[in-house]
Design a protein around this ligand. Structure first.
Ligand SMILES: [Zn+2]
Length: 104
């Protein structure tokens, strides 16, 4: 699983950016501490989250159904805030039609 360390960093090259960074870190110079080793995306610990809506409701209260993006795509149960929002956003992105002539 990719970590945060693999994300590209935009270099701060202008004098104004460097001055702002110096002001923010109170004038400290040198090498910062290494990035924390954590996955960029952590799996949800809630039991029954992201399971298809078939049969019984998951055992955790408050789970919500999120529809798939395509007609007939299976809906899934998600925990109410974080995963439901992610699933809705993913379904919306999948529903965006491909543009002709775009880069792949
Ligand atoms: Zn979840």
């Amino acid at each position: 699983m990719p970590s945060r360390r693999v994300r590209p960093r935009i270099p701060e090259t202008s004098a104004a950016q460097k001055a702002a960074a110096q002001a923010w870190n109170k004038g400290m110079v040198g090498q910062g501490r290494p990035a924390e080793e954590r996955p960029a995306f952590e799996p949800c610990p809630v039991d029954g989250c992201a399971t298809p809506v078939v049969g019984r409701r998951p055992p955790v209260a408050g789970m919500v159904q999120v529809r798939g993006s395509a007609d007939g795509a299976a809906a899934h149960w998600y925990c109410p805030v974080r995963c439901a929002a992610i699933a809705r956003a993913r379904a919306e992105l999948r529903a965006v039609p491909d543009r002709q002539g775009g880069e792949r």
